[in-house]
Design a binder for this molecule. Structure first.
Ligand code: HEM
Length: 492
């Protein structure tokens, strides 16, 4: 009895010892492991007060914050924004995963969901990735070269018509003029002839309400019951009516046009299902939101730089003279595609002033990055992951004299956008979600500036514009006054 009690005690003692030892080992192991992975976490931005400090820094302006913290912490760091952690990956060495990762690893949906009330139900960020991919295929098909060729004829016609209404000389606000021209062109190429010819005033007023319904507060609270959101929702409903009528009438009459609307009407999902009127409306709204402000802002910056730096304007004019000699007055898709000097001037304006200054994803799996100094960091799932075209496009180890406007940096022999590797130049994003409208945007801006430079002498009449960091799509602050005089560019 005593012996068995002793042996039981002994057994309990052993068990206790084993449990204790196991717990101790587990604790040490987890401490070691934790310390190791802790060590590899990106550095965190120091901020005060503890919970709000990160947010306050961020609100000062993300690019101001990035400039400060990149200098202190390097190319990978985390900011605590209330209950969220945003990890920035800055520069081509660390951002490849951001651009290449699959949707299941890094997704856009949660971040960009605030667009749903604007774009409407059943499209883009309101649908699963597999459906979204199909809808982006519709975009790709509607922007193929054979389609672009037709759009370019319309862009050229719109520019000719618009500027023919200018007097022989005068002063205009370039920002207002180009915004207006671009919405007219977008109406024709994307929304279709019916809107451009008959409904332009009504439809642009509705788009105006949609646009004004996208405020910084809408990003966090897209359904907040405020007047701007109510007007947005009403405009969205009316746009659905307008487009449903147009689509039904095209379907009934069998009339077909060369525009994005027609492409979306004819698009089919893999299972053979046709797009609905609601989906077509939503996709058109998404296209206009993706392409309108971005292109008009870039046109204004391009013109401002060409007026400021006469040497680059002369190089563009020489190129135009050569093309005039070769093709006469004609401008079409293939001729615009020969405008390499103008292309580099636009690309450089866009390097310095990308309208989308921050790109973001949500991470659903852990991943690691290695900086160019050789430091490795583990980024845990659950973080928001971000990169910034506005900051990364000006990294001095990628672009020489990065704050200088120098379109020749993209010329053969230098190609600074390529030498440091893919994802050096990210104004159009890149990789899996790179911009689908890039060729359309270049063609449109080239059509505008080749026309303006061939037909007008232009001078900035107000100081060189500042950046409006407060806008959702970052653009030009205030008016951009330009003094112009009609001329015909002579070939010799
Ligand atoms: C200068 C003009 C433009 C700029 C700077 C620009 C910039 C961008 C950027 C940075 C992205 C990537 C967003 C991200 O990774 O989160 C993007 C995506 C996209 N852009 Fe553009 N864009 C321009 C014009 C256009 C135009 C004209 C269209 C259509 C007509 C368009 C359609 C799209 C679409 C559909 C996507 C989504 C691609 C995807 O997620 O797979 N963009 N754009």
């Amino acid at each position: 009895m005593t012996e068995s009690m002793d042996s039981k005690d002994h057994n309990w003692g052993n068990l206790g010892l084993i449990v204790l030892t196991t717990l101790l080992i587990a604790k040490i192991a987890s401490a070691l492991l934790f310390r190791r992975s802790d060590k590899r976490l990106p550095p965190t931005v120091k901020s005060w007060p503890p919970l709000l400090g990160g947010l306050l820094k961020f609100l000062k302006g993300p690019v101001v914050m990035l400039r400060e913290e990149y200098g202190k912490l390097g190319s990978v760091f985390t900011v605590n924004l209330l209950h969220k952690k945003i990890t920035f990956l800055i520069g081509p060495e660390v951002s490849a995963h951001f651009f290449k990762a699959s949707e299941s690893d890094l997704s856009q949906q949660e971040i960009y969901r605030f667009n749903v009330p604007t774009f409407g139900p059943g499209v883009v960020f309101d649908v699963d990735y597999s459906v979204r991919q199909e809808q982006f295929r519709f975009f790709t098909e509607s922007l193929r070269v054979n389609k672009l060729k037709g759009y370019v004829d319309q862009m050229v016609a719109e520019a000719e018509d618009y500027f023919s209404k200018w007097a022989d000389s005068g002063v205009v606000d370039l920002k207002y003029e180009l915004e207006h021209l671009i919405i007219l062109t977008a109406s024709r190429c994307l929304l279709g002839r019916e809107v451009r010819d008959k409904l332009f005033v009504d439809v642009s007023a509705l788009f105006h309400d949609l646009d004004n319904g996208m405020l910084p507060v809408s990003v966090l609270f897209p359904y907040l019951p405020i007047p701007a959101h109510r007007r947005r929702d009403q405009a969205r409903r009316k746009l659905a009516e307008v487009f449903t009528n147009i689509i039904c009438s095209r379907k009934e009459t069998g009339k077909s046009e060369n525009d994005m609307l027609q492409c979306f009407i004819e698009s089919k999902y893999k299972d053979g299902r046709q797009t609905t009127e609601g989906e077509v409306t939503g996709l058109l709204i998404a296209a206009l939101f993706a392409g309108q402000h971005t292109s008009s802002i870039t046109s204004v910056w391009t013109g401002s730089y060409l007026m400021k730096y006469k040497q680059f304007q002369s190089a563009v004019l020489d190129e135009q003279k050569n093309l005039l000699k070769k093709h006469g007055d004609k401008v079409d898709h293939d001729i615009l595609s020969e405008m390499d000097v103008l292309y580099r001037c636009i690309k450089e304006a866009l390097r310095l002033h990308p309208p989308l200054i921050m790109l973001m994803r949500t991470s659903h799996s852990d991943f690691s990055v290695k900086t160019r100094e050789g430091k490795e960091y583990d980024i845990p799932k659950g973080h928001i992951v971000a990169t910034s075209p506005a900051f990364a496009n000006r990294l001095p180890h990628v672009f020489k004299d990065p704050d200088q406007y120098d379109p020749d940096r993209f010329a053969p022999g230098r190609e600074e956008d390529k030498v440091a590797g893919a994802f050096s130049y990210i104004s159009f994003g890149g990789g899996r979600h790179g911009c689908l409208g890039e060729p359309f945007a270049y063609l449109q801006i080239k059509a505008i500036w080749s026309h303006l430079l061939r037909n007008f002498e232009l001078e900035l009449d107000s100081p060189f514009p500042d950046i409006d960091w407060n806008a959702m799509v970052v653009g030009v602050k205030g008016n951009v006054m330009v003094r112009y005089k009609r001329r015909k560019l002579s070939v010799d």
